[in-house]
Design a protein around this ligand. Structure first.
Ligand SMILES: [Zn+2]
Length: 96
């Protein structure tokens, strides 16, 4: 008795959204490589047959990448401005 249809595109019926929700909580950890291999494989396996989760993971991945990119760019600028600020204040306090 085979109850699961492997290779079938009809996966929405067997889709367990409870499992999805549990996974969603772990997706950020997954992207940060904070999960063990077993959990990673579990997520990858689920995402392969679950379109909503797959697109969610893609969106999350893109967001994380964007965060990394945008986090890298403004920081040096803000940092250099802070340095400028500091260097302007420094002589006043260090110079007698
Ligand atoms: Zn799912």
């Amino acid at each position: 008795m085979e109850s699961d249809n492997q290779g079938s595109k009809h996966c929405d019926e067997s889709h367990d959204y409870k499992h999805c929700l549990e996974m969603f909580k772990r997706l950020s950890e997954y992207l940060d490589n904070e999960l063990d291999e077993v959990t990673c494989k579990e997520i990858e396996h689920h995402v392969k047959q679950c379109v909503p989760c797959f697109s969610c993971l893609q969106t999350l991945k893109r967001t994380v990448d964007l965060c990394k990119q945008t986090a890298n760019k403004p920081v040096p600028r803000a940092f250099s401005e802070k340095l400028k600020e500091l260097s302007q204040n420094m002589p006043k306090t260090t110079n007698p």
